[in-house]
Design a protein around this ligand. Structure first.
Ligand code: ASP
Length: 335
């Protein structure tokens, strides 16, 4: 019988309504799960439950939580066939992207899920998300970090939260679904990573690097971002228009940057969920060629950020990081 470890980090799935709004409750979910008869059905995998020391709204989840989740999976890797991480939807795509890089030689499913409606409410999406994720985690077909939500299985580092209301909360604009849960669970051919895994699992834990995101808007004056671009951050993701464009011509950006001791890396992503950044396709992006900005290609902002954390934590030199940002490590970009 296959065995799955459920790791509860917080999120709406286990929240209760307080006088300040929905908030996570410690020890509540464990009890509730034990009372759901379907979870003890003979067709379900065996499962154990692990709760993080502090359960959180996912808006409070960051590097230290990513390290905790990865550490728990590493410690229990040989004992279980797969892992389900119960997580809030707000930053689930960031956590999924981070874990996808942190696990080197992953050969088992790590499925993140949660819900838009708490499990303890009459109408909810929590029960199906949970049960289907547990089955997917136990089947050992999608052996990568993924998000299951609202019937869709998505590669973790391709996902982005799309709806704060709908029950299909995530999309994967630049990569097809890994599987679709209809009457049956249909896996598609694109689930396997490039090379067969022969090496044991290794986890690259992350450090708290200063990484920022700047969203470009009409009329942006980059001089106001001088400290972010030069002094305070080691990596800055610039969410540009379309294929990499910014307003104000080259001088707008160039006048705001200088050679700096951080050797800040600028990653050029797009506000368009679908399509790719192509630096130099328009004159309005040419500046990034001149200052050595690296194209985020068709990576999500979440994936670009997670990849920077990973590459900085690996201790790679700047030139290597610039090169590897454009290499496909975990299926996060199309090449
Ligand atoms: N604020 C919640 C969270 O991300 C939203 C959710 O879980 O759907 O934790």
């Amino acid at each position: 019988m296959n065995k799955v470890l459920l790791i509860y980090t917080g999120g709406t799935i286990g929240m209760i309504l307080t006088d300040k709004g929905y908030a996570p409750a410690y020890n509540l979910l464990d009890d509730m799960l034990n009372k759901i008869p379907e979870l003890h059905d003979e067709k379900m995998p065996l499962w154990d439950f692990y709760q993080l020391n502090e359960v959180k709204d996912s808006s409070n989840i960051g590097v230290s939580d990513w390290n905790s989740i990865a550490g728990i999976i590493q410690e229990n890797y040989l004992e279980y066939d797969g892992f389900v991480v119960l997580h809030g939807t707000d930053t689930m795509a960031y956590t999924a992207a981070a874990l996808s890089f942190m696990f080197e030689n992953l050969n088992k499913p790590v499925v993140l899920t949660g819900s838009q409606i708490p499990l303890n409410e009459l109408r909810n999406d929590a029960k199906d998300n949970l049960i289907t994720s547990m089955i997917i985690a136990s089947e050992g077909i999608a052996n990568e970090v993924c998000i299951y939500f609202g019937g869709n299985l998505i590669r973790g580092n391709r996902a982005t939260k799309y709806s704060s209301e709908g029950l299909i909360a995530f999309v994967s604009p630049n990569y097809p679904l890994l599987a679709e849960a209809a009457i049956k669970i249909h896996y598609f051919n694109n689930i396997t990573q490039s090379s067969p895994v022969t090496e044991p699992l290794n986890v690259q834990f992350l450090e708290e690097w200063p990484i920022a995101v700047i969203k470009v808007y009409p009329g942006i004056d980059f001089r106001y971002y001088h400290d972010i671009l030069n002094k305070n951050y080691k990596g800055v993701i610039i969410e540009t228009f379309g294929a990499g464009n910014i307003p104000g011509g080259s001088s707008n950006f160039i006048s705001s940057i200088e050679l700096n001791e951080n050797d800040t890396i600028y990653v050029i992503c797009s506000q368009c969920p679908a399509g790719s950044v192509i630096i130099g396709q328009y004159e309005a992006s040419a500046v990034f060629d001149n200052i050595g900005g690296v194209s985020g290609m068709d990576m999500t902002t979440e994936a670009a950020m997670a990849k920077l954390y990973y590459l900085f934590s690996k201790g790679y030199a700047r030139d290597n990081i610039l090169r590897i940002m454009n290499e496909n490590l975990r299926g996060e970009l199309s090449r």
